[in-house]
Structures are given as C-alpha cells and as structure tokens.
Design a protein around this ligand. Structure first.
Ligand SMILES: Cc1cc2nc3c(=O)[nH]c(=O)nc-3n(C[C@H](O)[C@H](O)[C@H](O)COP(=O)(O)OP(=O)(O)OC[C@H]3O[C@@H](n4cnc5c(N)ncnc54)[C@H](O)[C@@H]3O)c2cc1C
Length: 377
C-alpha cells in the first residue's frame, strides 16, 4: 500500500484486504469508499461490481478504482483506466474473473477521517417499524448522505426462536448527533444493544474476527425489490416462513440483510452492470445462511431454492418486483445464469466482445475455476 503525496489516491497490490487498507489510510486522515465489514479482497470487490459500503451513500458505489494493472492471458502487462484500454477497464468493474489477473490497483481515497459507527441491535418483535425505517431510508436517505445503515435480521434457532433485528449504523458528519438516522434511534426505534461511537474505519474494521469457524458451510443469495415496505415485508415473511424447517440442521443460523439503496448509491460512472438512476430507490437483500455439515448441503440448498421461488412469486403477485439488478459479489452460484443477462443485452454483448479481444483463447474462461463466465452467459 502506498499513498500518493496529495493523498488523493492509494496504490495497492492485489493481495490487499479491506481492514489493513482502512488502517493504513487512517494514518493519513483519509479513507476508501469500500465494503463495510469482513476481511475480503479489495480487487475481488471491484471485479464483483463494487464495492458497496457505508460511504457509497455519499460518494456512490463502484467508483473506487482509478486504474487496474493486469496480466493478460498472453502474458502482456497492461494498465486499464479511463485513458488506457478503457474498454477493459469498463469490463473489469462487475465483469468478474474473465479478463486478466489484476496485479495492482490505484484507488481513489475519500476525505473521511472518522465516523460514528455502531454495531447495534433493536431486539426482537420490531419488524414493522424496522421495515418501515428501511423503506424510509431508501426513499429519503439521500438527503443525509453522511448517514447509512445496513440491516441484518438474524435467526439463530439454537439460541432463540425469535428473529433479532440487528444492523450497522454510520454517520460521518461532525458532532455526536447522527443526522438522518432518526428512524433507527429512540424514540422511533430504540436501540437495545450497542451504541454509536466515534471511531475510524481502520479501528472498527480490525476490531472483530468476522470469519465463522473453519469448515462452516455458507452461501449468499441476492434479491432486489422496489423501496417499498410491503415488498420488504413479503420478502422477509416468505423467507423466514419458508426456511423454518431448517431449525434442526446442525449449526444452522441465517441472516436476511436489508440494504436501503438511495439514488446517490447508484450514481455510478457508466458501468458494465448498467447500474444507474433506474435502479434506485430500492431495497437490496442478501440471504446468508450458515450451517455445519456437508451432509446437510442438499437440504439447506433445496429449502432455500424453494424459498426464493416463493419470494419472487409473492413479490410479482403483489406487483412489487423483483427488480432486475444483480450484484455479482453477493450472488449464489445458482444465480450465475441470470447475473450477466441482468446487466442488459447490450452490456452483455459488449462484455463478450471485450472478452474475445483480450482473451481470444479463453484462458480465463476455461482454465480459471469458479466465478461467473461471460462467454457462457
Ligand atoms: C463477510 C463478508 C462481508 C462482505 N461485505 C461486503 C460489503 O459490505 N460490500 C460489498 O460490496 N461486498 C461485500 N462482500 C462481498 C465481497 O466484496 C466479495 O465476496 C468479493 O468478491 C470478495 O473478494 P475476494 O478477492 O476476497 O474474493 P475471491 O473469492 O478471492 O475473488 C472473487 C472473484 O474475483 C476473482 N479475483 C480475485 N482477485 C483477483 C485478481 N487479482 N485478478 C483476477 N481475478 C481476481 C476471483 O477469481 C473470484 O472470481 C462481503 C463478503 C463477505 C464474505
């Protein structure tokens, strides 16, 4: 990691993950418009179409990379940016592992030195107000761009039959009043555990070990709906009703995250995902179940597949989505076939043409395992 003299950019190697990057930037009183929590790779988040995090509510998402150095399949080293190989640069943000090996990235920094951040809970039995607050944030949160929220509704059947309403709160404005988060604090929605404290992204993101125990089974599943409390209610109720039978699966727990998306978040530069003003306000959802034993994979996946068919049926019966946007970073493997097509036919065609140009022998399509393959979409 090496910051520029003017502190406007930071150059990183491809192995850098978010917590060390945030800690490094703290030392210069700036930050990066990166992910919220987790020890994920910076380059992986860019290739997955992001990052999307707390600061995306002020600066937009998917716009952190200024340039990406890449080794192409024939061994050539190129720099991709808006000036050099702009087609490759466009394809890399959201185009996944189809084009090259990224070895180095130059990232834009953001002038954020500290924030009020909270890992909090509102307890159980507050679904109505919680969902309403998510909807209101998606609709009006753009008025307070220094505020953001990620909702995590959680069910840990070995601990309680109740769903708990948890989340992260963020406010990077001055002072101790988190303006814009009134719907997530007393008297509207009193916090029952945790509080907002002024800290830095480096200190906050390095304070936990996010990894579940080694060997834990895990998936993500992505869903998008309009910014509407009824849609969120349908998705939430259908999910938890449909997966209730998994309570006896060893080590089972799940999080159904709700991410309100304001028009600032989707104000990305012209991008391969087609992300733009049509995609907001919205609510994005991520299901992230965990369980212990490979023997339970089939059962957990089958129940989730049925749950997600029902969620989509119920949303469309109510005329409330689902909406097309898919976020490559957070999809389930079974969602690969619909992900690149969700970018739009013209963008998918362009992604394929650029892939043909930079990797005509399909090295990254055929020899790199995993990931979503543009050529097969
Ligand atoms: C706990 C947790 C929290 C998260 N929170 C957020 C969040 O708040 N916001 C958000 O936007 N995302 C979030 N994510 C999603 C995360 O950004 C993606 O999973 C991302 O893909 C992780 O990147 P990685 O490099 O660690 O993963 P990997 O699985 O190693 O890589 C992802 C993909 O990119 C390819 N790839 C990685 N590095 C390179 C490279 N150098 N060159 C070419 N191809 C490469 C891989 O082949 C793979 O297909 C979270 C994930 C987790 C697990």
């Amino acid at each position: 990691m090496a910051i520029s003299n003017d502190r406007q950019t930071v150059t990183i190697g491809a192995g850098v993950t978010w917590p060390p990057l945030y800690a490094y930037l703290d030392g210069f009183n700036v930050s990066a418009n990166g992910i919220r929590s987790g020890n994920g790779g910076v380059v992986g988040a860019i290739l997955g179409g992001g990052p999307f995090g707390f600061m995306s509510y002020e600066f937009g998402m998917s716009n952190i990379a200024r340039s990406l150095d890449c080794v192409l399949a024939d061994g050539t080293l190129v720099t991709a940016s808006t000036d050099e190989h702009p087609d490759l640069f466009w394809a890399l943000v959201g185009g996944g592992n189809n084009y090259c090996v990224v070895t180095k990235a130059v990232l834009n920094t953001v002038p954020v030195s500290s924030a009020l951040i909270g890992t909090v809970s509102w307890g159980s039995g507050v679904s109505e107000q919680y969902i309403k607050s998510v909807e209101q944030f998606a609709l009006h949160g753009a008025e307070y761009p220094k505020a953001s929220f990620e909702g995590q509704t959680r069910w840990v059947p070995s601990r309680s039959s109740e769903i708990s309403f948890d989340g992260y709160l963020w406010y990077s404005g001055e002072g101790n009043e988190p303006l814009g988060l009134e719907n997530f604090t007393a008297p509207v929605l009193p916090i029952t555990r945790g509080n907002l404290t002024r800290t830095t992204m480096g200190a906050w993101s390095n304070a936990f070990n996010y990894a579940p125990p080694l060997g834990t089974r895990a998936i993500f599943h992505w869903l998008t709906s309009p910014a509407n409390a009824t849609a969120a209610r349908i998705a939430f109720d259908t999910y938890y009703e449909s997966i209730a039978s998994l309570a006896d699966v060893e080590g089972f727990s799940t999080t159904f995250s709700m991410l309100p998306v304001t028009p600032i978040v989707t104000r990305a530069p012209e991008n391969a995902m087609g992300l733009g003003s049509d995609d907001s306000p919205a609510i994005w959802y991520v299901e992230s179940p965990l369980w212990s034993r490979p023997e339970d994979d089939a059962r957990v996946l089958e129940v989730h597949a049925e749950a997600n068919i029902k969620i989509r049926e119920n949303l469309s019966a109510a005329g409330l989505g689902p909406l097309p946007f898919m976020y490559l970073s957070d999809i389930q493997k079974s969602q690969i076939p619909e992900t690149f097509p969700s970018y739009g036919a013209e963008n998918l065609r362009k992604l394929k043409t650029i892939r043909d140009k930079y990797d005509p022998d399909r090295v990254f399509t055929e020899l790199v395992p995993g990931g979503a393959k543009v050529a097969l979409s």
